[in-house]
Design a protein around this ligand. Structure first.
Ligand SMILES: Cc1cc2nc3c(=O)[nH]c(=O)nc-3n(C[C@H](O)[C@H](O)[C@H](O)COP(=O)(O)OP(=O)(O)OC[C@H]3O[C@@H](n4cnc5c(N)ncnc54)[C@H](O)[C@@H]3O)c2cc1C
Length: 581
């Protein structure tokens, strides 16, 4: 550990970028899954391959029918896929967050609906029990959840409460005996029709209308679920409404503290993001394999289409996005496994980057397949339909971008306040004071970085240029954050277009940081024999440089006023008013 780096080890590395700081202690060497767990994972992955390979026709028929069969669900249970993250003492496999994410990679290579069925159970359905449950609650439910006797579902969303999760109307009133009466309706609940165990969020009167999380069992009187929703994608997964009519919930079924349900919900969603991330990476890997085979085999103009530069560009981009996604998902998993508390910004960044990378990869894979890509006979159109949901659920990408931008800037705002206190009037002078955040970061950075060796001195010398891009981009980001905070002050909350540009820049830079750390590791263990990984790093950093530059320039020169005016005008007109007639 270098000077002072240990003090910073658990400070959010992603938030550091907003202040121009590289908190990279946990990135070098790039974290790896432990040898013992790798052995277990190899066995699980092998059994998934044995079970799921060759079932493409079955997955297509599940998709057409909009349901998995009961027998298939039983097979998933027998395979142990509902026990992945349940500790061994409760009859589970006890995988780490990283190991679990790797398993979902494997199932997603074959079928998105299967991943969602097991992912909704583990990532969100029973996660609150794992994170906040009492010993008694865990002993009562976890063994049955591990065997799949109980499938779990997470019940937060309602017809009037989606992104604004705190506004749920489902409510629970306390009875004289300490039990609760729970009433309300949840919508779009994954595993809603098959679950026996529900984590339900409801307003409770005892604490002034704040949310509380409850365990509810299907067998209790008043619990019912609606018909399966007819969806665009992940059609075989079971999405339904779940109703609670004066359901009597025992006193010992509160998860976490009364009135702290919002915190519970957010902790679950943050912790679960590597499941979704692993799933997206697995789907990308399969699409890349399919696209390579298609590009080599398909001949046009007397050549394999893989020989055309426009197809090469797609394959290189797909590979780069997948590698970058895998890097950030692996890093977020390692933070969670290490018990780091402040990882929510990194997790939100990974969800946005990875879900959008998969969308691009799926679209490009379909394009490489040409007309075949559009036919149901081939897997591409199903993957495109299946992967669209990733940008919507578990927090929409818009909400997560705002979260990333505002959380990152919050720390910078605090730092600016500190500087302001220290230097008095200078900070208020727009000219003299400008750049204080960057110089503050530089000063702090010099405490942990050997002066003169560059901030990212742990990056492989083979990636010197790319490290420079990261350093310059990060310095520019911290200046842009400072300028935005100066300009908008507290009003930054309402400046979504500014926040989005800052968030997107930070996401591109943070993904770059993860990727460079991983490639540096590979470079050192391979003695520099890693030309593909070096190409990936160069391609990614070039993309990131262009995007960061465009986003940060856009903070100064943009058409935001017209964008907002036009949208308002269109909303008041109610329809597109022009025609060529
Ligand atoms: C297939 C499927 C499975 C699901 N599974 C579950 C589940 O198991 N459990 C569960 O609880 N929920 C589940 N959901 C619900 C899902 O989490 C919500 O759909 C999601 O949170 C978005 O809420 P909404 O659909 O109401 O969209 P809204 O919140 O109405 O948002 C609509 C649009 O407005 C944007 N928007 C909203 N607020 C803002 C803002 N402040 N600033 C800028 N833009 C904004 C959004 O980003 C989005 O683009 C599922 C949904 C689907 C479709």
């Amino acid at each position: 550990m270098e000077n002072g780096a240990d003090m910073k080890i658990d400070m959010s590395p992603a938030k550091g970028l907003f202040m121009g700081e590289f908190r990279d202690s946990r990135l070098f060497p790039f974290p790896k899954i432990s040898a013992a767990e790798r052995e277990t994972l190899s066995m699980v992955i092998e059994s998934i391959d044995r079970f799921m390979a060759g079932k493409d026709a079955q997955f297509r028929s599940f998709d057409e029918n909009g349901a998995q069969t009961a027998e298939y669900l039983e097979e998933l249970k027998a395979l142990g896929l509902f026990s992945l993250i349940i500790p061994a003492e409760h009859e589970g496999l006890g995988l780490s967050n990283s190991g679990y994410s790797r398993v979902l990679q494997q199932t997603s290579r074959y079928d998105g609906s299967t991943s969602l069925t097991i992912g909704a159970h583990s990532s969100i359905g029973m996660k609150a029990l794992l994170l906040f449950g009492t010993d008694g609650q865990k002993a009562r439910y976890l063994p049955r959840l591990a065997s799949g006797e109980l499938i779990a579902a997470f019940c937060l969303t309602e017809s009037g409460s989606g992104s604004d999760a705190a506004s749920v109307k489902t409510y629970a009133t306390k009875n004289a005996d300490g039990s609760w009466s729970l009433t309300g309706e949840k919508i779009w609940i994954t595993n809603g029709g098959t679950a026996g165990f529900f984590t339900v969020f409801a307003k409770t009167e005892s604490d002034g209308g704040r949310m509380t999380a409850f365990i509810v069992e299907r067998d209790w009187q008043g619990v019912s679920s609606g018909p399966k929703e007819d969806k665009m994608g992940i059609r075989a997964s079971c999405t339904t409404t779940v109703r609670f009519d004066s359901v009597k919930v025992p006193a010992d079924c509160v998860l976490g503290e009364e009135g702290k349900g919002f915190k519970v919900a957010m902790a679950v969603l943050n912790n679960g993001r590597t499941g979704l991330g692993g799933g997206c990476v697995g789907a990308m890997k399969r699409l890349i394999e399919l696209s390579i085979a298609q590009a080599i085999q398909r001949k046009q103009f007397g050549k394999s289409i893989s020989e055309f530069q426009l197809i090469k560009e797609k394959i290189a981009l797909m590979t780069t996005l997948c590698f970058a996604s895998e890097s950030i998902v692996a890093f977020v998993g390692s933070l969670i496994d290490a018990g780091v508390e402040d990882f929510s910004v990194e997790a939100a960044m990974s969800k946005v980057f990875v879900s959008e990378s998969l969308w691009t990869v799926a679209d490009e894979a379909l394009q490489i397949a040409g007309g075949n890509g559009f036919m149901k006979e081939f897997p591409y159109e199903r993957v495109v339909r299946d992967c669209r949901i990733n940008r919507i659920f578990e927090g929409t990408n818009e909400i997560l971008r705002l979260y990333v931008g505002l959380s990152g800037m919050k720390d910078s705002g605090e730092a600016l306040k500190d500087i302001a206190r220290g230097i008095g009037g200078i900070f208020n002078d727009p000219i003299k004071g400008f750049g204080m955040l960057t110089s503050y970061a530089t000063k702090k950075l010099s405490q942990v970085t050997p002066i003169g060796r560059g901030s990212l001195w742990r990056v492989s010398p083979l990636l010197k240029q790319e490290a420079l891009v990261l350093e310059q981009g990060t310095a520019r980001l911290s200046q842009a954050v400072e300028a935005a905070l100066r300009k908008h002050g507290k009003g930054i909350i309402g400046e979504q277009l500014v926040t989005k540009r800052i968030a997107d820049s930070a996401i591109d830079l943070f993904v770059g940081m993860c990727l460079l750390a991983r490639v540096s590791d590979i470079a050192s263990s391979s003695g520099g024999e890693c030309s593909d990984e070096l190409s990936i790093a160069r391609i990614y950093m070039q993309l990131a440089r262009n995007r960061v530059s465009a986003n940060l320039k856009g903070l100064v020169r943009n058409s935001d006023r017209d964008v907002i005016r036009l949208s308002d005008s269109m909303c008041s007109r109610g329809a597109y008013p022009w025609d060529v007639l």
